[in-house]
Design a protein around this ligand. Sequence first.
Ligand SMILES: *[C@@H]1O[C@H](CO)[C@@H](O)[C@H](O)[C@H]1NC(C)=O
Ligand SMILES: *[C@@H]1O[C@H](CO)[C@@H](O)[C@H](O)[C@H]1NC(C)=O
Ligand SMILES: *[C@@H]1O[C@H](CO)[C@@H](O)[C@H](O)[C@H]1NC(C)=O
Ligand SMILES: *[C@@H]1O[C@H](CO)[C@@H](O)[C@H](O)[C@H]1NC(C)=O
Ligand SMILES: [Zn+2]
Length: 588
Amino acid sequence: MPPLSNEKLATSSRTTTRLPPVVWCGLIVIVTLLSFHVRPFISLHLIAQYEEAGTKICPQVDNLFPERNAETWAGARERTASEAFKMRAIDWLAGAVRIPTESFDDMQAVGVDPRWDVFATFHAYLAQAFPLVHGNLKLRKINTYGLLYEWRGSNESLKPVLLTAHQDVVPVDPSTADSWDHPPYSGYFDGTRIWGRGTIDDKNGLIGILAAVESLLQIGFTPTRTFVMAFGFDEEVNGLEGAAQLAKTLLATYGEDSFAFILDEGAGLIEMFGIVAAFPCVAEKGYLDVVVEVTSPGGHSSIPPDHTSIGMLAAMIVEYEDNPHQLQLSRESTPYRTVQCLAKYSPTMSPAAKRLVADAAHSDAALAALGALLSKDPLYRTQIGTTTAVDVVRGGVKSNALPEAAYAIVNHRILAESSVAAVRAHDTALLAPLAVRFNLTYTAFDVDISSPGARASGMLALRDLDAASALEPAPLTPTDGPDAAPYQLLSGSIRAAYAARRAAGGERGNYTVPVVPSTMLGNTDTRYYWALSRHIFRYGHGNSAGRGPEDAQKGMHTTNESIDADDLVEGIRFFVMLVLNADEWLMV
Ligand SMILES: *[C@@H]1O[C@H](CO)[C@@H](O)[C@H](O)[C@H]1NC(C)=O
Ligand SMILES: *[C@@H]1O[C@H](CO)[C@@H](O)[C@H](O)[C@H]1NC(C)=O
Ligand SMILES: *[C@@H]1O[C@H](CO)[C@@H](O)[C@H](O)[C@H]1NC(C)=O
Ligand SMILES: *[C@@H]1O[C@H](CO)[C@@H](O)[C@H](O)[C@H]1NC(C)=O
Ligand SMILES: [Zn+2]
């Protein structure tokens, strides 16, 4: 795949506002900043130090090809390289896309809400499309529509591997169905791309896993290690019916810390700064929805107080927006390591920017300057800080009646190095002066912290929106040190799958792709799986193979969602590679 021109990169850097609202991994943004001119920052001797230390910065493992399973790999490589296989892969995905497994925000429980029934159709399709998987693996259905496959390995002492994906898709807005090039549930293949909702989120992942297992079974492979597949069905809502229930069964069946690693959907291969890199997410931001409610006596608005509930709430909203959480680019953080990798491998990042990144490893001033540079872009800023967005406001019922209550819902995405408690404490302290100023009693997250003098002209309360609205940032997956074997296995498999496609016929070749640890900004089904493994990766190989940051997410959650058929096949081959490598890799 030829690298995009510099012109294309320059274009990328000017078009951030057109990025779709859903951003998998924060890396996408870096290109928008570092290609600009940065004033040289610190002295040259620090650069020399950086270069000496260069081998320790963003180290890469070699392309990892199966050895004990070399023959199986050779067979699978040949099979997946054929035109017939590509056609089969297209059919597999197209058939899955034609079943509109939409999940909606207002869905009732399984068994109550008939909109879940379509998942039964989807299951029937999978059973017919993947006969060997269904003939050889143990399948349990959890909460009716959660799919839990177990492919039992011969050696019980090896920790199993968990591969996950979700069956549901974001609903298609009926008013936009006509503006798709090809209808959203057509699975239409135009000779290059397969079209439809779910082609890149996440039916490509689900079909990719099943296609890999089906192909391995077809060539007679039997695993040494156990592989488990868990497919939720409401990831796009909150995972409560799907992954949350699957998690309970997984925990009961396999136990805590029982999996060698977990791989779920996430960012893929993206081109920026003149290189294609792979961006598995090893960190994930947390989440908190806070309700800010002000109540005060009602009455006729002909005799108003100085401030109504709405007026007081407005002052609080202003306070929120005027006092964002402090940004925090720390040396140990994933975002810094992401930038370090790009600085190390990019041929086109400006020397001044590279120098700033290098200097930041030693100099607090450079680190601060780098943080300041990155914070200029909202999409990067979110990676290095807890964000605040006032998303809902309600209050008042009548133009001549004083509002007794008004509330706002404030959404936070929590910095990977912070915590729910820190964010609650920040919010509590932020509004305390206003509670005093308006003489309000003040309850913050179930604790009464009213100031002694409060004369109770009303009440201010902060609370979580609901029981599921707080999520801590995910534990960091190790990427170096003695615990990094799963990361190395994943990296080597990504690199090998990448090389195998680009060197025609799957020779080892000189095709390399750097693997760059990155941060997930949203949350996937893995939020329920923390107890199962300390090694959780969010990565989708081939779902964006080598395209620029904007193109990489084209159509995700919006119109024109589609995938290149060769990328789909590469994704399947990646799962084959990963399974064969994990099967023989020393990782208990
Ligand atoms: C199973 O795997 C463990 C760990 O690699 C190894 O020590 C043991 O010999 C294996 N058992 C068999 C029967 O191969
Ligand atoms: C879908 O793609 C076609 C061109 O390929 C374009 O004309 C159309 O506007 C796109 N739809 C949207 C909503 O972007
Ligand atoms: C709050 O109480 C103080 C006295 O405690 C009073 O002077 C002030 O007017 C009150 N403010 C409001 C907004 O009620
Ligand atoms: C890889 O690169 C080296 C040095 O540039 C070259 O000698 C070798 O032939 C290349 N191998 C392949 C398979 O292209
Ligand atoms: Zn998804």
